[in-house]
Design a protein around this ligand. Structure first.
Ligand code: GLN
Ligand code: ZN
Length: 758
């Protein structure tokens, strides 16, 4: 018999119950009891939804982050918090989001963020298993067939950072006995199987880390439980042999991204070992093609018999909870999708087909077949004119007419900007009034004309504010945009939107990624009228503001029936048309945000080149069709570019604005070492922090930047969009920024207008 299990379930709740409970608790409008009770209800609900499985994950629930939970379970609480309240919930949220909170970073290649474990010479581990054990008890009383889920010791160490010169790996010897103790405690509670996650196995492993995995599982093999070692998010490749030979009772493999691992794996897998195949995509929202999957699985099931388990590829944390809530979705598109609950049902169908024969689930398989066939042929998906336009795209489409040096002169004489031009990244504070108007329009409580007038009023006051501040290059403020991806998606063909498709990003923060289901086309200009209006209000240049193709792709659920590169090219062409329309309408400066370009880098370094090739090409197609006189800006959030500098330069944007204030301009070293040729706006105002920098601090930052980049090529701007901040903060910060520019211009009197020097 084939068994089914799950690696983890979304914890946020189908109605984001956890988000609201957390936020109420943080605002101190509800006591801890209320939060705990929401936690219990969510767990009970999630377990109930999973009760058809042979094994259900327990310990995957978290009030903020499962990596932080692991730190607490291992007694690894940063020293600066220990004095206060011990391992209480209060301390937990302090570490997660307090003043001296731990660093947050992305969980592998997902959009989920974890709190980075901290290590030092003084780190020691002590087991605090009580919270996990309590959840196991809770599950047992509800009749759940419990499989505790743990983050593995080696991945845990690899995800952490040392705060001194010590090495995380040196802690392995101290860590393993604590895991041993934990496994004993689980066995004492009657647990048979424990899932231990080591997604590190799908990354490029340095020899010492591969060795650490061996040591770890040879040490833990004497524990009185069966270990299911889980890897996911990619392919094992050269780590296949290592994974197959770790002395564990079972191995879980991502059979969506790593299907090609399975045949070689079967040949080296020791007898008796359980193989769990993650055949349902835990990272995307498409239905599984069940017949195709069965064609592939049936011979494997015959070979493995009882040793085959089925599961989603990874935890379902990365998909929304329930498709049944989506009543507004187009029915045809709806029929192609599966969210977490629906994916578990697919799992049931597959297992039943393998255990009892396909005829036992004939209806389900038939329905699934109908959906697959409809998606394959649908005219909503396939648009011949998009394919034709891409095929006809000129090979020079991504290349500017002249090199930067030539363009820069033409742009300088047209724009006539001073030295150290000041600008912002695009958005201005999204006030409650703006949100109210957008909501009223969405709910059809106000008509188009009323809505447009309200947005125009916002644009006008934003332009006025920027003129009063004395900024050089203005923006319209993005009042009409709910989100930089959703906004453009809503104006492009090929995108669909869920109403409740929330996915946890970090803590209580969720995102609702658009769904790219079909060929992308731009039916008409999107931003041109807003920009025309903004420019009509001022003599100063107003910068057009667009989201780039790579970011549109990386922050959406994307189709799985064609390569990401192809979808990205379609997005590029659609947005190129917007760029050209803006230029035609008289916009002299156009910014194309690629906030998410870096985070799209594959986990494996060998795949970087190919990703960067198509991603940069897409940006170039989008941006580089303009005249020399038109100045192209781009903006990127995470600015650690050291390893991809040549690609950043290949984008050939005239100006790049980046996030540098926190690193004290250190990130500019990469630009200097590379002799980055174009203009740069290193952020001097960290908009993610409520702290306001003064002119002296900003001046110091720019003076620092000037050590790396010639002043003629420096701009002055914040780190990122001002949307999350309030006017009361933005006004003084930008005033200081303008002051900084003015005093720097005076202190460098030998240089005059930019037009003379660039
Ligand atoms: N133009 C966008 C804004 O200002 C950029 C946001 C981002 O980089 N994440 O909000
Ligand atoms: Zn940004």
């Amino acid at each position: 018999m084939v068994k089914t299990h799950n690696l983890g379930f979304p914890r946020i709740g189908a109605n984001r119950e956890l988000k609201f409970a957390l936020e109420a608790y943080w605002k101190q409008t509800t006591p801890e009891d209320a939060l705990q009770s929401t936690g219990r209800q969510l767990r009970a609900q999630n377990w109930q939804w999973q009760n058809t499985l042979d094994l259900t994950p327990v310990g995957d629930f978290s009030f903020y982050d499962h990596v932080l939970d692991t730190s607490f379970m291992l007694g690894n609480i940063p020293a600066r918090f220990q004095a206060q309240h011990g391992a209480s919930l209060e301390t937990y949220f302090e570490v997660a989001r307090g003043r001296a909170a731990g660093q947050m970073t992305k969980w592998f290649d997902t959009n989920y963020h974890y709190i980075v474990p901290e290590f030092s010479q003084n780190t020691h581990f002590t087991l605090n298993a009580a919270p996990l054990l309590a959840q196991i008890e809770e599950a047992k009383t509800q009749g759940v067939r419990t499989k505790p889920v743990l983050l593995g010791p080696v991945t845990y160490l690899a995800l952490g950072k040392s705060t001194d010169t010590s090495q995380a790996l040196d802690l392995l010897d101290a860590l393993l006995p604590v895991y041993g103790e934990l496994l004993n405690a689980l066995a004492a509670q009657g647990i048979e199987w424990v899932q231990i996650d080591e997604p590190l196995l799908v990354t490029d492993l340095a020899p010492e880390w591969a060795h650490a995995l061996s040591i770890a599982y040879h040490t833990l093999k004497s524990a009185p439980v069966k270990i299911l070692l889980a890897s996911y998010f990619g392919s094992l490749q050269e780590n296949t042999y290592l994974a197959a030979n770790l002395p564990v009772a079972g191995l879980h493999i991502d059979a969506v991204r790593g299907r090609q691992d399975i045949t070689p794996l079967l040949n080296v897998l020791p007898p008796h070992r359980v193989l769990s195949l993650g055949v349902i995509d835990g990272r995307n929202i498409w239905k599984t093609d069940l017949n195709e999957t069965l064609d592939w699985l049936e011979p494997i099931a015959q070979r493995l018999n009882n040793r085959l388990w089925l599961a989603p590829s990874c935890s379902l944390l990365h998909v929304p909870v329930d498709l049944n809530k989506e009543t507004q979705l187009d029915p045809e598109i709806h029929s192609w999708l599966a969210f977490a609950k629906q994916k578990l049902h697919e799992l049931q169908v597959l297992a039943k087909a393998l255990n009892e024969g396909r005829q036992a689930v004939a209806t389900e398989l038939n329905n699934n077949q109908v959906a697959s066939a409809s998606r394959l042929r649908s005219t909503r998906v396939h648009n011949p004119s998009v394919k034709l336009a891409l095929a006809n795209l000129n090979t020079n489409a991504g290349t500017r007419q002249s090199p930067y040096a030539v363009r820069a002169k033409k742009q300088a004489s047209r724009l006539n900007l001073p030295l150290f031009p000041t600008t912002t990244i695009g958005s201005f504070p999204q006030t409650p009034e703006i949100r109210r108007q957008r909501k009223a329009f969405r709910k059809q409580e106000i008509d188009v004309a009323t809505y447009e007038a309200a947005m125009q009023a916002e644009i006008a006051s934003c332009i006025q504010a920027q003129e009063a501040l004395g900024l050089d290059v203005l923006v319209h403020g993005e009042a009409e945009r709910n989100d930089m991806v959703e906004y453009f998606g809503e104006h492009l063909e090929g995108f669909a939107f869920s109403q409740f498709g929330w996915v946890q990003s970090y803590g209580s923060r969720c995102v609702k990624p658009p769904i790219i289901y079909g060929d992308i086309q731009r039916p008409k200009a999107i931003t041109v009228e807003w920009m025309r209006y903004a420019q009509s209000l001022t003599q100063r240049p107003v910068k057009g503001m667009l989201t780039g193709p790579v970011t549109l792709l990386n922050w959406s659920f994307v189709r799985n029936d064609q390569p990401r590169a192809t979808t990205c090219r379609q997005l590029a062409l659609a947005m190129r048309n917007e760029v050209l329309d803006l230029e035609r309408a008289g916009t002299h400066i156009i910014q194309i945000d690629e906030a998410a370009l870096r985070e799209g880098l594959p986990l494996r370094k060998a795949q970087w080149q190919s990703y960067l090739n198509w991603a940069i090409e897409a940006f170039r197609i989008c941006a580089n069709g303009v005249q020399d006189e038109t100045q192209i800006h781009t903006h990127m959030c995470y600015s650690e570019f050291n390893d991809i500098m040549p690609f950043i330069a290949q984008m050939d944007a005239d100006v790049i604005t980046i996030e540098t204030s926190r690193s004290n301009m250190k990130l500019l070293e990469a630009f200097k070492d590379f002799h980055y040729p174009n203009e740069i706006g290193p952020g001097v105002y960290d908009i993610h922090s409520p702290t306001l920098p003064d002119a002296a601090q900003m001046t110091a930052l720019i003076e620092k930047a000037a050590q790396y980049i010639p002043v003629e090529r420096l701009w002055i701007n914040p780190d990122c969009g001002l949307k999350p901040r309030q006017w009361a903060e933005v006004n003084p910060a930008l005033r200081a920024m303008v002051q900084t520019a003015q005093s720097l211009r005076e202190s460098i009197p030998q240089r005059q207008a930019r037009s003379a020097t660039v």
